[in-house]
Write a protein that binds this ligand. Structure first.
Ligand SMILES: *Cc1c(COP(=O)(O)O)cnc(C)c1O
Length: 465
């Protein structure tokens, strides 16, 4: 059976990594070229000692690792892994369950059942919704939009799962001007065609403008799928859901919410004005590997109507209804068949944090984002481009020559990354470059925010001189 020494050696590598995590250079220190030189080898003819393989791989990969589970990584929107969830992730591999159907792992199915009801309760979504556990928000968007496609075409007398898209009634696809690139990708994979997507104008924070939506919808014939956003990846802003969903439902649209991280803003009562009405939609996509701090990869697809969800996903068009006392077969709700038993990490994360701990974490990150913004703003050469409502801070640096803020921002950013105290990545906002800081890691302290703000200002001061 398994060599205990391999597990012990892995534990040792893991502990070394964590002991070093807070103090190490946050970005990678080796180039891709160097990593290729270290890691590449001819296809091994003979097998090697597993202990050696693990240890050597860890040494050679190290310089190319990003300290993204650490407290001063602010790139993209990246959660860390709360300890219980990391432990559960290890066990998921140790147990190596096939989370396909109840028969292949009853425990995997039951844990998903439990987590489903917890997630719906936490996020205040309709308790009868069906839930699928996928790899991330892109696949959650895909899954939800497939359910939407089934439903709106079904209502128009067309069975897309049987008849396909060729010759089907035209479906109006409407999204906000600021729709996330993965949402567009999901629509592309579903055969809607990117050229058919219609965009609604957004305001200065990236929020969809309701009157523009009304204008667009009143010109649509036939079925409509509308996708709104809870949490803009740059500004953190929410589309005004209450108003928008009311309008969209008047036109018979299916409303999908891309809430990769923003949906968790539901846990912060201060954000009630932003998140209000989100629960009125027909489907929601979110991530667990972002704000819930579950290890990669973990996303959640939630659909208010289980029937179209199942019709779109279940293999062989098994249209039997859920909730009739049968066991949960996880793969009925997701694109995959054989799959990782994804529920365990979520189960452990939610149990170890509890509702209170989760609310506290979300509130803390929103507060820390404001702290970061206020510390940076003390420097007159730093502009904060967004209203910091959530956990996102969008930053631009003033070019001392007064010529090219965008180019100068890119320069400051690459120096910040090189300096290594923290890591933040780039984005585009209003046709210019910006640096985006996302506070999403459970372990980030106020001190981490202060140290990082100081480092950014230090780097800027050196470049301005
Ligand atoms: C991150 C993100 C996604 C994509 O999520 P993945 O986990 O990368 O698949 C979709 N929408 C929004 C708003 C996001 O922030």
């Amino acid at each position: 059976m398994i060599d205990k020494k391999v597990l012990e050696a892995t534990l040792e590598v893991a502990i070394d990594y964590f002991e070093d995590l807070e103090s190490r250079h946050v970005g990678p220190i080796k180039s891709v070229e160097e990593l290729r030189r270290d890691l590449a080898m001819d296809l091994p003819e003979k097998g090697e000692d597993p202990l050696e393989v693990i240890r050597d791989m860890a040494v050679k990969a190290d310089g190319g690792l990003v300290a993204s589970p650490g407290p001063r990584y602010f790139g993209f929107v990246t959660g860390g892994a709360v300890p219980a969830s990391l432990g559960a992730d290890w066990l998921t591999s140790v147990w190596d369950q096939n989370g396909m159907i109840s028969l292949s792992s009853p425990a995997a199915g039951v844990v998903e059942e439990v987590v489903s009801s917890w997630v719906l309760e936490l996020l205040g979504l309709p308790s009868g919704s069906s839930v699928g556990f996928v790899t991330g928000c892109q696949m959650a968007n895909f899954t939800c939009l497939a359910a939407a496609r089934n439903h709106v075409l079904n209502s128009a007398g067309w069975d897309v799962e049987k008849q396909g898209l060729s010759g089907a009634p035209h479906v109006n696809i409407v999204v906000g001007a600021e729709a996330h690139v993965t949402l567009i990708n999901a629509l592309k994979m579903l055969g809607f065609g990117t050229e058919n997507i219609r965009y609604i104008t957004a305001d200065g924070q990236g929020r969809m403008i309701p009157s523009e939506l009304e204008k667009m919808l009143s010109s649509c014939n036939g079925p409509i799928i509308l996708s709104v956003q809870a949490g803009n990846v740059n500004t953190g802003a929410f589309d005004p859901c209450e108003e928008i969903i009311e309008i969209a439902h008047r036109y018979g649209a299916w409303v999908h919410v891309d809430g990769a991280f923003g949906l968790w803003g539901k846990l912060n009562p201060v954000l009630a004005a932003e998140t209000g009405g989100v629960e009125l939609a027909d489907s929601w996509a979110t991530d667990a590997h972002k704000w819930l701090n579950v290890p990669y990869d973990s996303g959640i697809a939630i659909v208010a109507r289980p029937e179209p969800h199942k019709r779109a996903m279940a293999p062989g068009y098994v249209a039997y209804l859920p909730g009739q006392g049968e066991k949960r077969d996880p793969s009925q709700w997701v694109p995959e068949s054989s799959r990782r038993a994804r529920g365990f990490t979520l189960y452990a994360a939610i149990r170890s944090l509890g509702k209170n701990g989760l609310c506290e974490m979300v509130e803390r990150h929103c507060r820390q984002a404001r702290l970061m913004a206020s510390l940076l703003k003390e420097d007159p050469d730093i502009q904060i481009l967004n209203e910091v409502v959530l956990n996102q801070v969008l930053v631009r640096f003033r070019d001392p020559e007064g010529i090219d803020d965008s180019g100068f921002t890119r320069r400051v950013m690459s120096h910040v990354q090189e300096e290594g105290t923290c890591w933040a990545g780039g984005s585009r906002w209003e046709d210019s470059d910006a640096m985006r800081i996302s506070v999403s890691n459970w372990a980030t302290t106020d001190e981490d925010i202060k140290i990082s703000a100081q480092a950014i200002r230090r780097v800027l001061a050196r470049l301005v001189e």
